[in-house]
Design a protein around this ligand. Structure first.
Ligand code: SF4
Length: 285
């Protein structure tokens, strides 16, 4: 089998650059969606919030100020083809070293504690990242990175439903999750919904759903229809931008599915705030 090598220094340097890019440059699809939300909004408070968010997104890259002060947990999805070799290095250490350097170099807020319950001492360099690996028979090596803020992550939920649950229950639980969350996850939101898999994998499905290009419909028309149904129901709640009321609580609903056990219907709802920071690095373009 032909083996391609990717030098760890290249991975390291591109991750540092990607963290800077995510921190300062907004996703253009989010700006378009915020502008669209502003164009249909008539609640004055919501209009003020949306205008401020758009202005914030414009100023961040100009002034090299992070889009949000919560520069988040670094989440990585690595797609690794079996013909790709990274010589002499442990990829996890390459990623964590890049995180440590980027957070110090760009003065990003370190947000990770080394131990979760007792001392909660800050690691001071935002390491470690949370890393998921997917191995593939394709010739591929991609790393998708995200900065996931704590506010939106805290309000995310996981339910182990019975297989008799229907789509109305999915809509109801998503609306309930978002109403209970109120302004805490900093709406307008992007909502990743995982359906299927099992207890641990459904949360990963929901996270991955967030990284689909904003508003791109599910390829299966039944799920695409359900995404629109949930979007309408969530936006009818009136939670609104920053939870202060208005027509746009959510910019997009993305569903991702997987096979599951006959006795289960796992559902995970991963909330993402308007500071939707993510980059995919393709090392074999
Ligand atoms: S939820 Fe998002 S926008 Fe709100 S503070 Fe956290 S990262 Fe920032």
């Amino acid at each position: 089998m032909f083996v391609k090598e990717i030098h760890p220094d290249l991975i390291h340097d591109r991750i540092i650059a990607a963290i800077a890019q995510m921190s300062f440059e907004p996703d253009p699809l989010v700006i378009d969606a915020l502008q669209k939300a502003l164009s249909i909004e008539d609640n004055e408070l919501a209009r003020d919030v949306l205008s401020a968010l758009i202005q914030n997104s414009m100023e961040a890259p100009k002034q090299k100020i992070p889009l949000c002060q919560d520069t988040g947990t670094i989440v990585c999805f690595v797609e690794w083809g079996r013909s790709i070799h990274i010589p002499h290095e442990n990829l996890q250490e390459v990623i964590n070293s890049a995180v440590r350097i980027a957070y110090k170099q760009y003065y990003l807020r370190p947000s990770i504690v080394e131990e979760p319950l007792f001392e909660r001492r800050n690691s001071l360099d935002n390491s470690p990242a949370i890393i998921h690996y997917e191995f593939s028979s394709e010739e591929v090596f991609k790393i998708t990175l995200a900065q996931k803020g704590g506010g939106a992550e805290n309000m995310s939920r996981l339910y182990m439903l019975k297989p008799s649950a229907d789509k109305e229950e999915i809509v109801e639980l998503t609306v309930k999750t978002i109403c209970e969350a109120g302004g805490n996850p900093c709406p307008p939101l992007i909502v990743g919904i995982g359906l299927g898999g099992n207890f641990e994998s459904v949360a990963i499905l929901a996270k991955k759903a967030l990284f689909r290009p904003l508003g791109q419909a599910h390829p299966d028309p039944r799920y695409a229809k359900l995404e629109q149904e949930i979007l309408r129901a969530v936006n009818a709640t009136g939670v609104g931008p920053q939870g202060l009321g208005g027509k746009t609580t959510t910019l997009a609903i993305h569903i991702q599915t997987a096979p599951c056990h006959i006795a289960s219907l796992p559902l995970a709802i991963n909330l993402q705030c308007h500071a939707h920071r993510h980059v995919t690095l393709d090392f074999l373009p």
